[in-house]
Design a protein around this ligand. Structure first.
Ligand SMILES: C[S@@+](CC[C@H](N)C(=O)[O-])C[C@H]1O[C@@H](n2cnc3c(N)ncnc32)[C@H](O)[C@@H]1O
Length: 252
């Protein structure tokens, strides 16, 4: 169903985490095509205004988009009283567009907001490997002197930063080295969505995705023991998402 009708059916202050990957107005498909940028922003602000009251006071909200659109979205969410936490840059590695007139696009933005200053953030569960392996190996036994104190590396790695280098799902699912056409054009990497859910929710929490697409958020929730509700306006996507949730794999 349509996201607005779906959101209207949800109780206020019931959602622990919203992971929202909406249209970008890049015309990658019919559902991503708007008459004008004004129309696109009108649509975007409408779903945002419906979603915000559904979030608990302790909730988090992640919104995907282009850096350009994210600037408008950030301003609107601040005006709705949400607290800005991070502007995450997803370096898509293989997502370059081949223009010769400006720098090649290779990133998407993920805005991270919270409803208030009191929210879940499981920083230890999303640590990433240290980059300077040799130095860290040395520091494990002797530590590193920092401001007069000895610092020892965390066995789970360093804190996760705001720049995420992750290959897009299309490039991960290869058959005989060939990139496959997936049933959905904009499938988000499962490991990226799992990072978001691990950081910003706990087992048993309620996660919402009102643009579910191929069901990436739903599958991540199942694997991480979170509850999930979501919708998509395209029935075929909902059917293939259900199959993906059931089987754990995306059917090409
Ligand atoms: C960027 S895709 C989401 C992809 C998803 N994150 C995944 O990993 O597969 C956006 C989705 O929003 C859906 N959509 C577009 N307009 C909608 C609306 N008004 N209400 C509900 N869903 C909508 C599209 O059908 C599309 O599947």
């Amino acid at each position: 169903m349509d996201c607005i009708r779906f959101l209207e059916g949800i109780g206020d202050k019931t959602v622990d985490l919203a992971v929202v990957d909406p249209p970008y107005n890049l015309k990658v498909d019919k559902w991503d095509t708007f008459e004008s940028q004004e129309d696109f922003l009108k649509f975007t602000f409408a779903w945002m205004d419906c979603l915000v009251p559904k979030l608990k006071e302790t909730a988090g909200l992640y919104v995907f988009n282009t850096p350009f659109n994210s600037a408008y979205m950030l301003q609107h969410l601040v005006e709705q009283g949400l607290m800005f936490q991070n502007w995450i840059t997803w370096d898509k590695r293989d997502g370059m567009s081949y223009t010769k007139k400006r720098y090649a696009n290779g990133q998407e933005t993920i805005l991270f907001f919270t409803k208030s200053g009191k929210y879940t953030f499981n920083h230890d569960d999303i640590r990433v490997p240290y980059e300077s392996v040799q130095r860290i190996e040395h520091a494990k036994t002797r530590g590193i002197l920092k401001n007069g104190k000895r610092w020892y590396p965390n066995s789970r790695g360093r804190m996760c930063g705001e720049i995420w280098h992750m290959s897009s799902e299309r490039h991960k699912v290869k058959v005989n080295g060939k990139v496959q056409r997936l049933p959905h054009k904009t499938v988000k990497p499962l490991d990226m969505i799992k990072r978001i859910i691990t950081a910003s929710s706990n087992e048993g929490d309620l996660v919402i995705d009102c643009f579910a697409g191929s069901g990436t958020t739903a599958l991540a929730c199942k694997q991480l023991n979170r509850n999930f509700i979501g919708c998509d306006s395209n029935e075929q996507y909902v059917l293939s998402a259900r199959r993906r949730i059931r089987t754990g794999v995306i059917h090409i």
